[in-house]
Each structure stands twice: as structure tokens, then as C-alpha cells.
Design a protein around this ligand. Sequence first.
Ligand code: HEM
Length: 428
Amino acid sequence: MQDPAPPENPFASILVDLPAPAHVPRDRVVDITWATGFRPNDLTDPYEPCGWLSGPDIPRILFNPPTGGGVAGGGKGSWVVTHYADIDRVYTDNEHFSNKGAAGFQALIGETFRSIPLGVDPPEHSKYRHFLFPHFGAAQINRMEPQIRALAVEMIESFADKGEVDVAWDFGRVFPVRVFMTLMGFPPEMFEQFLDWEWDILHASDRAKTGAALSAVLVFLRGFIAEKESHPDDHLVSKIVHGQIEGRGLTDEEKIGIVWFLWLGGLDTVAATISQMFRRLVMEPGIQSRLRDHPELINSAVEEFLRTQPILSSARIATRDFEWHGVTIKAGDSVQCLNSAGNFDPEKFACPREFDPARKNNRHFTFIAGIHLCLGATLARRELRVVLDEWFKRIPEFTVRPGADTTVFPGLLSIRNLPLVWQGKERS
Ligand code: HEM
């Protein structure tokens, strides 16, 4: 009898001979563009292909060459870390890793202001974080919760009897953006325009389109800031414009840097997470029935949805030359943290591929770690909890509409349409 074939080693099969800087050893060069969220799949667990990158056989540091779409480091390529402990180091070791200039899309059109607070390093970063924190801390989110809940109820009740909804387009895309616009004080009629601009900035492959959207949004935001300067209100943009940092008013660069970055970070992150959450609930109906029977698990289940669907991976720039895991990292090199691997590291998470709604000590990287930990995390978590809570009270067992396309980008691009159906009063 023949021996069974050895298991295929996917790592060996994707080692490539692609260009890389001279200080990068050839055996670390791997094209992992596929793991950066730009290639859709139809798996129940869409991030599953990234998981083996945190396995014990994988070198602790790899190099993703400049192959195009989704690679950090611009035209130079990027080091990539995939194990929990290494990702944690990059996020927390501010001596060796900098975030200066992060999310600097505005430079494409010649703007020189910084994205605040994401593109600012310590010690300067903390003054902005202190300034903004009161608007995003638990006390403020508790005050906002009745409004968030009322909106969720109103939206869910508008389609509950119909027995169907496109949960990605008509709910996931709309609900968090309405919450965000209310928080900031933006006019509700800008809703579709904001989403169009954001799509062109984050996802369009055409630079001219990205540039046009950037110019348009910055004209709008500067006009809006000017309007709040003369007509203050109780919303966040007005509070930023009239706020004080270390006893002085904000400069124009600081005002636009903060308002712009909140605009960018707050619009479609929760939307993508909601869509992927509902996709998982229909692809793995056991989770749905468990949460329906045990609503007390909703809070920990939200953490598990976040762990298993890390829509973003972040990169940092090395501040100096140093040795790490047998290679020389040079000052100016980009180092990308693949959260979609780190969140499934078997050294950190027991049975990492299993969706366990009761998982304890779920310290995932979906909101990263360290000083740049997502400022909107408390708001995002609250929105997700409220949605599940109110949804299960009003919507019976649901499935995806037969024949619907369920392919998903394991990242921010996510899923544009996801039609769900259930036994509603108006549906026979
Ligand atoms: C599920 C939803 C969300 C996810 C997965 C998410 C993810 C992230 C990640 C990964 C970062 C770090 C980026 C980096 O280090 O390069 C970040 C930072 C940030 N996020 Fe979020 N985010 C979400 C929702 C929000 C919302 C709703 C807001 C605002 C309303 C927001 C505001 C921010 C801000 C201001 C930062 C920068 C924090 C700092 O530099 O100190 N996020 N977010």
C-alpha cells in the first residue's frame, strides 16, 4: 500500500522570486497580497486562509514585495508579521515603530496637514487623545445609547413584517453612518454623498477619482468647520472647533486634521463589520440559535465577531536599523501587522478557528493595541451589541435568500449586498 501524500505546505508553494530591497533575505519574500483583504471568497470563515500564517512553521517575519494592490510600504514593499506576540510588539514599541504620516491620503492632492490622532507619534499624540477621549469614552457612549437604540429599533421595525431586507445595503451601510453623522452634527442629507466620496478615497483604483473625492470632501469639511465657528451647536465638530488643547484654541491645521480623520475612520468600519456579522449568522446558523436562546452571550459574541472578522490590518514605519528574527530592519522600512493572522494565533487563542460566543479574555487586534487603539471602539462595540439585541427581539430565524451571492472580501471592502429572508407577517 502506498504512503499517503504529505500534506501540501501552502507556504512553500507561494515563495516567489519577486523584487525586494537588497537587505531582505530571499527566503522571506512571499507574495501575500491575497491576505490583505482584496481577494473575495465564499468561505463561512472568510479569514481562514490567513490563519496558517501564524502557524508554528511560518517564519516570524516575512516580506511582501511591491506587487500592487493592498501592499503596505507603497512602491517599496513591506515586512509582514503574523504572530500575536510580534504584532503586539509593533503596536506597543513606539521607539522602533512610528505612525507618523499614517492615513495621509490628503498628500495626494498636495495637502500638508496631518491626520490626527492616527498620524501623530508620542509624546505629542497624547494631548490629542486626551482632548478627544471625553467624546468617545464609556460615559459619553452611555449618554448616546438611548438614541442609538431608538434608531436601531426604528430601522429594524421598518422591515420586520416584510420578512426580508438587504442587510448589507439597507441596514449595515446606513445605521452606523446615521449614528456617526448625528454624533458629529453633519447634515443628514449628505449621507449618500459622504459614502460616495469615501468609496472613491478608500477603494477606487483610479487616482483621478480619488483626488476629486479628496478635494470635494475637504472643501465640504472646511466649509462646515467655518460654519460651526460662527454658529456653534452641541455636536462634536462644533466642540472640536471651539475646544482647547493645553490652554489654547486649535490651529486650522489641527481642526481639519481631526475632523477629516474622524470622518474617514467613522464612516464604513462598523458598516463592514455588521454585514460580515450577519453573513456569519446565516452561514453558521448554530450561532444564531445560540444567541437567540442566550441573549446574555451577546456582549462576548460581539468580541468574537470582532476577533474573527478583523477588517483592517495596520502598518508602521521603522524608526532605526535593528535586528529582529534574523533579519535587519532598516530605518524607513514598512512593517505590516496582519491582524487576520494574529487574531487566530494558536499560541494565544484556544481552538482559534472555532467561533465561541462565550470566549473569555478575548484580547484580539481588530481595534489594534497600544496608544493608537481605536478611539471609536466603545462606540462600535455598543452599536454592534444594540443591533443584535434589538434584532433578535424582532426578527425570527433568518436565512440568506436562496441563490444570493455570498462572496465577501475579508476586509473593509466586505460585502455590498446580503439579502436575508424570514417568516414576516407580510410574507407568506
Ligand atoms: C468595527 C469598527 C471599527 C474598527 C474595526 C476600527 C479599527 C481601527 C483600527 C485598526 C485603528 C488603528 C489604525 C492604525 O493603527 O493604523 C483605528 C484607529 C482609530 N479609529 Fe477606529 N475602527 C472602528 C470604528 C471606529 C469609529 C466608529 C470611529 C469614530 C467614530 C473610529 C475612530 C478611530 C480613531 C480616531 C482612531 C485613531 C486613534 C489614535 O490614533 O489614537 N473608529 N480604528
